[in-house]
Design a binder for this molecule. Structure first.
Ligand code: MG
Length: 340
């Protein structure tokens, strides 16, 4: 089997900024084709992966994709024992295998898993860090989305939320992207409570589970781990430290592992958020098929780009509407209709 792959520059509608990183104008994704299956990944340096490491991993994995492509679990187990980590690369392969299997069987992924497509939640829409006036402008532009996610982790976090509350009364999720110390987090969360915040994502350093526990014990708002959780095996250590976990396909290695995290987290009484990187409709739609199983969806990566090569999952008043086509169910977008 030859895994064909392609690198695409996604152009961002707004340059994007979070606590630990400067502004980006483009983000690269890698799409793969395996038989009739399509997959995509968006490697993150934070997790030690780049376009180059993904390309290298795809070369190494290629010889293991010659057998029965229906046997996704066996294939993913083989890749895991061949090379540790490289979960962004594994995610692209896992996604393409699922897309292919759905197409072979003629069913969309949600049906393959026995999920009810009417049970999807609304997605949040992310407002990246910027000058407060610019963030207000982004909130106005997000009028069609019923839930906002605001990136914090600055010296003026409270001012940002106060400023945004002048222009919106929508539910707000806050993501500090590891920027706060535990004590700072407790103080800031206390200040944020009166502003109608629904949850706090990753307030502190990913490895500081005691810090997360301290924040959780001293805060009224649910604490959701993102950078602290990658795989299902990370879940037991997080029990008692957080209220929920944010799953991303490129962190965990694909749909099969994401499903495993969901079940392990549920068994430990945790809430589930499913999130994303900046990805095209291909990666976002794959993740969206899992959303009948989650409490919170943060699947807006494709809404932040101007040149989405695919169309797939749609939104109706923020609710995720899954395509009924077989597999992931995306189709290429007519390039002449691209905004950029
Ligand atoms: Mg996050």
């Amino acid at each position: 089997m030859d895994i064909r792959h392609q690198i695409t520059d996604l152009q961002l509608v707004h340059p994007f900024k979070i606590a630990r990183r400067a502004v980006d104008r483009f983000r690269q994704v890698i799409s793969v084709e395996l038989d009739s299956g399509l997959g995509e990944t968006a490697p993150a340096k934070f997790y030690g992966e780049t376009v180059e490491t993904v390309q290298r991993a795809l070369e190494i994995f290629d010889p293991f994709l010659n057998g029965n492509l229906d046997a996704i679990q066996a294939i993913m187990d083989t890749l895991e024992s061949t090379m540790r980590g490289n979960y962004a690369a594994k995610s692209a392969i896992d996604m393409a295998l699922h897309d292919r299997l759905g197409k072979v069987l003629g069913v969309p992924l949600y049906r393959l898993w026995g999920l009810d497509p009417n049970e999807t939640p609304c997605t949040s829409f992310t407002i990246g860090l910027d000058e407060p006036e610019m963030m207000q402008q982004k909130v106005r532009e997000a009028s069609e989305y019923p839930i906002l996610k605001v990136k914090l982790g600055t010296s003026h976090d409270l001012e940002i939320i106060r400023t945004l509350r002048e222009v919106t009364d929508k539910p707000i999720y806050v993501d500090a992207n590891t920027a706060w110390t535990p004590k700072e987090a407790v103080r800031k969360i206390r200040e944020l409570v009166p502003y109608g915040i629904e949850l706090i994502e990753q307030p502190t350093h990913p490895d500081d589970l005691e810090g997360l526990k301290f924040v959780r014990e001293h805060s009224e708002l649910p604490i959701i781990a993102d950078e602290s959780v990658k795989r299902a095996t990370d879940i037991p250590a997080l029990v008692g430290c957080v209220d929920g976990v944010n799953i991303k396909l490129v962190k965990c290695g694909g749909l099969l592992e994401a499903m495993r995290i969901i079940h392990v987290a549920r068994a430990h009484g945790l809430q589930i958020m499913i999130g994303c990187m900046i990805e095209s409709s291909l990666g976002i739609t794959a993740a969206a098929h899992l959303t009948p199983l989650v409490d919170y969806a943060d699947l807006d990566g494709h809404l932040l780009i101007a040149n989405d090569p695919y169309s797939g999952v749609r939104l109706e008043a923020g609710k995720l509407i899954l395509p009924k086509r077989p597999g992931i169910g995306v189709i290429p977008r007519d390039p002449s209709n691209l905004e950029a």
